[in-house]
Design a protein. Structure first.
Length: 54
């Protein structure tokens, strides 16, 4: 699993979730889950900007 931090997330339905948040991805880049970032999390790479889920 890959964990990345973003400022916001845009779901496939077009919903925008404001963060900061952690996006959890499968190795192939498929969105598995997301949650608000409340404190620094181990093994999370900060990207910033917006993640667009497909």
């Amino acid at each position: 699993m890959i964990k990345r931090g973003y400022h916001r997330l845009r779901t496939p339905e077009g919903r925008v979730v404001e963060g900061p948040l952690v996006v959890e991805l499968a190795e192939d880049g498929t969105l598995l889950s997301f949650h608000l970032l409340e404190q620094e999390e181990e093994a999370t790479e900060w990207i910033g900007g917006e993640f667009k889920a497909t």
